[in-house]
Design a binder for this molecule. Structure first.
Ligand code: AMP
Length: 583
């Protein structure tokens, strides 16, 4: 059978995919499969495509073309070296590179492809894309819309009718589409967006801040120096990407400029919170487009069954948070947002080859992992708000960190709780571990960075770091995912004791491995919490009070063992009152 490849011809990056043994894969070549949509000329005048061209863009901007997709369908001439090219000719270089990549992997010639284009592309733009394929030696079997491809990647084998919101925020463009999929047929109901909004804009906002820092510290303006600005842009992008998984990023660029013969070095710490403030207006605009797309498709948020994230910039956690708030459920990103459209193109290519039911291999966490913080639930203050770090359906391995602040001056310790579940109150989730972290004397509001690292085998590594001193504790929870069913989660709400104990050493670093235990006689977390609190007060209590506390604790345990929940709750109320009275 003649092979047909799937191609995502993107503004920033492109990918090629194919179905191997019933599974669609993005084709790699000693890389992650992402080919920058970048064309250039090397020193000998030869055409280079992808990472090689991208890497020389800094040094030779006049010999490098980026974002040609924006010009597709126009008559604009593009100068590369001494020659002029039409947009479809530049695109053809990219397609040629993808074709060769596929031929190398398949070890045979390839001459047919399915290519994706944005839903808003006009006929002229689609025709230009088809021409680009032909110039590259590819017969374009079909052109499909990018949101259609993304929906196919997730839903190709689901027979139910579904309405899906595809949120695509890439490097330079933003689209949101409402798609209906019915018996494998995909229809784009509406599509809107902004052709000039994406990760690049976010990078430039950081660059602006860095340039301002250099101006303030050294009184030099670097804005007109192309090379310096290009270096800052790359540093900004790296920091932005780091901030999707970490609360802070340190930008260090040595020898960034010169003043009076002296080298200037840049060192700047950017927090996720500051970055989010910078991009908040842009992201709010994307949410307005979501409203418009739903209105155009005449669907209410409650009718959206799935939200799919496409494009590298959707890895910014604020994007998911805003969408969850707006639509009411968590977006899906388990198929790599950078590769999702290419995977869908590969699915369509497989269909064109007569192969049905093609699947994708993905490993995701079925549970959310997080911690307990002082916060608000439904506007009510609570000491046990669940704060998710790794969300359900996140692709594995996953690493996330966030920053938490101490509440009091000279706070002696924090109790780092690790919970698994979906409920807004940590008490309603499963406690996987409880780790006491002794702190160094510091004012209220001192940051502690908490890092969760979940691997493919369900091993969850936790690290808490006192930002100011670098002091840290770490723990390992084995099998964090595997032993619970949803049933366990909701019905029993039982707690798993992960008991960690240890002592500080002079290096300030404690590294203790603790394996969580799960026993049948564990108490629901809300009882366990109260009992722990009572045990903490018992040594200060008068003898009578102490006896009474112990009796009530016994009552709670007995009632819980016999599943007399009303009695257990009544004893809890009694105990809570005593604790309140004891102050
Ligand atoms: P795309 O056009 O879909 O390839 O997306 C490229 C954009 O995604 C670029 O602006 C990247 O800097 C951005 N990007 C990639 N990974 C991340 C990440 N982890 N966090 C934030 N932005 C990212």
């Amino acid at each position: 059978m003649e092979p047909i490849i799937g191609i995502d011809l993107g503004t920033t990056n492109s990918e090629v995919s194919f179905i191997f043994d019933g599974v669609v894969e993005v084709i790699t070549d000693n890389d992650n499969g992402i080919v920058p949509s970048c064309v250039g000329l090397n020193e000998t005048g030869g055409v280079i495509v992808g990472t090689e061209a991208f890497n020389q863009a800094l040094a030779a901007p006049e010999k490098t073309i980026m974002s040609v997709k924006r010009l597709m369908g126009t008559e604009q001439q593009i100068k590369l070296g001494e020659s002029l090219f039409r947009p479809q000719e530049i695109s053809a270089f990219i397609l040629k590179a993808l074709k060769e990549r596929a031929e190398k992997k398949l070890n045979r010639p390839v001459s047919k492809a399915v290519i994706t284009v944005p839903a808003y592309f006009t006929d002229v733009q689609r025709q230009a894309t088809r021409e680009a394929g032909e110039i590259a030696g590819l017969q374009v079997i079909r052109i499909i819309n990018e949101p259609t491809a993304a929906s196919l990647a997730y839903e190709s084998s689901n027979p139910e009718t579904r309405r899906i919101l595809v949120f695509d925020l890439g490097g330079g463009t933003f689209d949101v589409s409402i798609v209906k999929i019915e018996k494998g047929v995909v229809e784009v109901l509406s599509s809107t967006g902004d052709n000039h909004l994406g990760g690049d804009d976010f990078d430039w906002k950081i660059v602006e801040r860095l340039a301002q820092q250099i101006r303030t510290e050294h009184d030099i303006d670097v804005k007109n120096d192309v090379t310096i600005m290009a270096r800052l842009k790359r540093a900004a992008e790296n920091a932005k990407i780091e901030l999707s998984a970490a609360p802070f990023s340190v930008i260090e660029e040595d020898h960034i400029a010169k003043k009076d013969g002296r080298d200037i070095h840049l060192a700047f710490e950017l927090s996720r919170i500051d970055f989010e403030t910078m991009i908040e207006t842009d992201l709010s605009r994307t949410m307005e487009s979501v409203t418009k797309a739903m209105k155009d498709a005449a669907v209410l948020p409650s009718a959206i069954e799935k939200i799919i994230l496409v494009g590298g910039s959707t890895r910014i956690p604020m994007v998911s948070n805003m969408l969850e708030k707006k639509i009411g459920h968590l977006p899906h990103s388990e198929i790599d947002p950078d590769l999702c459209v290419a995977v869908g193109a590969g699915m369509q290519a497989a269909r064109e080859m007569g192969i049905e039911g093609s699947g994708v291999l993905i490993d995701v966490t079925p549970y959310t992992f997080g911690t307990s913080v002082v916060g608000e639930i439904n506007g009510q203050p609570t000491p046990t708000m669940f704060f998710p770090l790794i969300r359900r359906n996140t692709k594995l391995p996953a690493r996330k960190s966030d920053v938490f602040l101490t509440m009091y001056d000279s706070q002696e310790a924090v109790n780092v709780q690790v919970c698994q579940g979906e409920a807004p109150d940590a008490l309603d989730n499963i406690l996987l571990g409880n780790y006491l972290f002794n702190l160094t004397d510091a004012p209220a509001g001192s940051p502690i960075v908490l890092n969760f690292d979940l691997d493919l085998n369900g091993i969850l590594k936790i690290k808490a770091v006192e930002k100011k001193t670098g002091k840290e504790i770490s723990a390992v929870i084995e099998n964090a995912m595997s032993r619970f069913s949803d049933q366990d989660l909701i019905v029993t709400q039982n707690r798993i004791n992960g008991i960690w104990s240890g002592q500080e050493n002079t290096d300030d670093a404690i590294d203790i491995e603790s394996e969580s235990k799960h026993s049948d006689d564990t108490l629901p977390l809300k009882y366990e919490e109260l009992i722990n609190r009572a045990m903490g007060k018992i040594s200060d209590a008068a003898e009578d009070d102490r006896d009474e506390i112990i009796n009530i604790i016994e009552d709670i345990r007995d009632a819980a063992t016999e599943k007399r929940w009303e009695d257990a709750d009544a004893s809890c109320t009694e105990l809570d009152d005593i604790l309140f009275y004891l102050g």
